[in-house]
Write a protein that binds this ligand. Structure first.
Ligand SMILES: Cc1ncc(COP(=O)(O)O)c(C=O)c1O
Length: 340
């Protein structure tokens, strides 16, 4: 209707302008004024049309591009993209994903709910979700050369921190003891960080944590000190892994220490997973009960997490992820880090 009204008005204006010019011999300033009035009218028509679309979104607006749907968000994303490509990022946790990852993470996989595990969901419509999760599990296991007879993997953790907390929930009781590398020595918050005044991480709120440290002179992990501390503290879980420890790990020695006190050994290889996969870093799998990782650092995937577990621990780990800690998995992420 608005287009028709606009067309009729325009025609009327044009006829009036032509008559005016022919019969009254007005100068061209008058003609310009008429043309400005036409343009103003056209602008008003467009504005009211846009308002109508905003108030009553049509199916076609759901398919519109981000730029035409929300220019404010589009502008901020464009600015962030320009910041990323025109600067140098020196943040160890970050990486740049490929266009394929961007495409898959923004796909229809984001629409689906799928609580449960492949072939054991709580509702329908999961045939392709199951396929992508199984593909993801298979590729994750083969990336680290793991046999399905010994290892399983849960690919549903939303990120590295929830993956770690799921392991604690699965293997420990509230108040049980854990040991991780101290945060000032390069460890991660989720490995139990606390100060004398504050229990900073949820790990230290719900479990009793004692850190081991690097030697202040060499900067290397003092495994002898760890062994002595562990004998005294008797942790139920010891964590190998760090956010800022630029040396490799002696997993065999750590397993020895764990065995001496009856503790589980967990490796959090979030930062070095890419090096483990390619053989440039020691392999934690032959020594650990559980290995966690993020997928967005050296694996260069979308932001997510994984827990690799020895099969005997599978039920406890899977139950800790869902239903204990999480709800529906983020299928757009799972689908995306299945990508080669
Ligand atoms: C060793 C380690 N584990 C876990 C995490 C947590 O990952 P996210 O930030 O994805 O929760 C990090 C984060 O940088 C990390 O360095």
């Amino acid at each position: 209707m608005i287009e028709l009204k606009y067309f009729l008005m325009l025609t009327l204006w044009k006829v009036a302008a032509a008559l005016w010019l022919c019969f009254f011999n007005v100068n061209t300033d008058g003609f310009k004024a008429i043309w400005r009035a036409v343009k103003l009218h056209r602008h008003h028509c467009q504005v009211s049309l846009t308002r109508r679309i905003r108030i009553h979104p049509t199916p076609s607006s759901a398919h519109a591009s981000l730029a035409s749907n929300d220019i404010d968000v589009w502008n901020i994303i464009k600015n962030e993209y320009n910041r990323q490509v025109s600067g140098i990022e020196l943040i160890a946790s970050e990486n740049f994903v490929s266009n394929a990852v961007m495409e898959a993470v923004g796909s229809c996989m984001t629409n689906k709910y799928s609580e449960g595990l492949p072939n054991a969901r709580y509702y329908g419509g999961n045939q392709y979700i199951d396929q992508i999760e199984v593909l993801c599990q298979n590729r994750a296991l083969s990336l680290f050369n793991l046999s399905k007879l010994e290892w399983g993997v849960n690919v549903q953790p939303y990120s590295g921190s929830p993956a770690n907390f799921a392991v604690y929930t699965a293997l420990l009781k509230p108040g049980d003891r854990i040991m991780g590398l101290d945060l000032p020595s390069g460890g991660h918050l989720t490995h139990g960080y606390q100060t004398s005044k504050r229990k900073v991480s949820a790990t230290s709120i719900f479990f009793e944590s004692k850190p081991y440290k690097v030697d202040p002179v060499t900067g290397l992990i003092d495994y002898d000190q760890l062994a002595t501390l562990a004998l005294d503290f008797k942790p139920k879980l010891i964590i190998a892994g760090a956010s800022a420890y630029p040396r490799d790990w002696d997993y065999a020695r750590m397993r020895e220490i764990c065995d001496s006190v009856g503790a589980y050994l967990m490796a959090d290889m979030a930062h070095i997973a890419g090096f483990v996969a390619t053989g440039y870093a020691h392999n934690p799998f032959p020594h650990c009960h559980v290995v966690t990782t993020t997928t967005h650092k050296s694996l260069r995937g979308p932001r997510s997490g994984m827990i690799f577990y020895q099969l005997l621990l599978g039920e406890a780990i899977n139950n800790a992820v869902f239903p204990a800690l999480q709800g529906g998995p983020h299928n757009h992420q799972i689908g995306t880090f299945s990508l080669y």
